[in-house]
Design a binder for this molecule. Structure first.
Ligand code: HSE
Length: 440
């Protein structure tokens, strides 16, 4: 250690999977940080509602507390690590930490997905930083990559698999031919999925993450409420099988794409070519493609959750702040966030191809009924497959989402519906993701 350096004190609030991982990573690697980086990190305070957890992690009583206020009011604490998640008391933890001049490192995607601009502005006003690498993609270094390393680009697309639970479910359905409910129950038993899986399977978690990534990438304010989110509950083994026959994989994608009329930002299951790198991302892994006008297509892959992968991202943020502090200076506040005001496009303006699975309804011929309705709405069918059970899979040409929604509404209207739609899934035009890249 160089002389003149000082110890940097950390306060961790939350000792669940991520907090426990952060505690263990810092304690086991402290000597390495001292030797390699010249940073002397010390966990000054650790907070959890569970005293049992303190015992499990071997945290002594002098440093442990069950009240987060003890952490943010401790004058020795330089950096507060908030890993409890949720809106409250996380919001109060941020506010009081900033007021006390403390830096904050967080993995809180739900809070940032809604309030990143206000929180980043509050950190800036207090002369400190808010860092959130762990909020998206677990251990994948993607937040700083977008905000710093790729900032010389005009970002065209950020698209990827940012929810491990749904990727795990869809992967197992595809690999083992199992049904959604069966895999979900297994995922819950194994601890991949929460007892209440709503945030994951309905796309809300991924919506928060793409809101954060796209706000940073496009330097404009996008919140989770701006994201069109649709979950995976309706995807069944038969859809996956048909997708395979058509040369596609079904993946739960989070997509933010810049168009001339604004940002198209959405989360939904989509068919992508089986040859696309995202199609090969299996199990609970995450991957994010970023397309910049100068760099072209890039892809970042890794564990999207878990104690140590997420702790890796948290501790990276802690060290980025600790290096200047330990040298007696300070990490400067970040520039004012989100200087642009880009429009958010309505999902009804999206143009995409669609897979439509139609089941026969009584005497009606499923295929001709569906084609007739689609045609009435100006939607051309490019491909049709009759399946073993008599249902029909249609692949449309590119169609405006609004027209498709109107056609589906007509086909499913309760009274006298001409045929029954079993499912519809968008077929993603991945080639559009790279339009606008500068020629080499
Ligand atoms: N529930 C999240 C997921 C955890 O499945 O990806 C990591 O954010």
């Amino acid at each position: 250690m160089q002389s003149g350096t000082r110890t940097v004190n950390i306060g961790i609030i939350g000792l669940g999977t991520v907090g426990g991982g952060v505690y263990r990573l810092i304690t086991t690697h402290a000597e390495r940080y001292r030797k390699n980086l010249g940073v002397d990190l010390r966990i000054a305070r650790a907070c959890s509602r569970s005293e049992e957890r303190a015992r499990e992690l071997d945290i002594d009583r002098g440093r442990f507390t069950t009240d987060w206020r003890d952490v943010v009011s401790d004058p020795s604490v330089d950096i507060v690590v908030e890993v409890i998640g949720g809106e409250h008391p996380a919001t109060e933890i941020f506010e009081q930490s900033f007021s006390a001049g403390k830096y904050v490192v967080t993995a809180n995607k739900a809070l940032l997905g809604r309030h990143m601009e206000e929180l980043a502005t509050a950190a800036r006003a207090a002369g400190v930083q808010l860092r959130c690498e762990a909020s998206c993609g677990g251990g994948i270094p993607i937040v700083d990559t977008l905000g710093r390393d790729l900032s010389g680009n005009e970002i065209i697309t950020v698209a990827g698999i940012v929810n491990g639970t749904t990727n795990y479910i869809l992967s197992r359905m595809a690999e083992e031919g199992l049904g959604y409910e069966e895999v979900l129950a297994d995922a819950q038993r194994l601890g991949y999925a929460e007892t209440d899986p709503t945030a994951d399977v309905d796309g809300l978690d991924a919506a928060s993450k793409i809101a954060i990534l796209s706000s940073i990438g496009f330097a404009t304010r996008i919140t989770a409420d701006d994201v069109h989110a649709q979950g995976i509950r309706a995807v069944c083994a038969q859809d996956i099988e048909v997708a395979r026959e058509l040369g596609y994989a079904i993946k739960m994608l989070a997509i933010a794409h810049r168009t001339e009329s604004g940002i198209d930002v959405r989360v939904h299951p989509a068919m992508i070519p089986a040859s696309h790198p995202l199609a090969g991302v299996s199990g609970a892994m995450n991957a994010v493609c970023v397309v910049g006008d100068a760099v072209g297509e890039t892809m970042f892959y890794g564990a999207g959750a878990g104690a140590f992968p997420t702790a890796s991202a948290v501790v990276g943020d802690v060290l980025a702040l600790a290096e200047p502090l330990s040298a007696g200076t300070q990490a400067l506040p970040e520039p004012e966030p989100f200087k642009r005001e880009l429009a958010i496009r309505s999902i009804r303006d999206l143009s995409t191809r669609y897979y439509v699975r139609v089941v026969p309804d009584g005497a009606n011929d499923a295929r001709s009924c569906a084609e007739e309705v689609l045609e009435r709405h100006g939607i051309a069918v490019g491909q049709a497959l009759t399946l073993e059970d008599g249902s029909v899979a249609l692949v449309t040409e590119a169609v405006r989402e609004g027209d498709m929604a109107d056609a589906i509404a007509e086909m499913t209207s309760a009274e006298g519906a001409p045929c029954e739609i079993a499912n519809t899934i968008r077929i993603e035009d991945v080639a559009a993701w790279t339009e606008g890249v500068e020629a080499n």
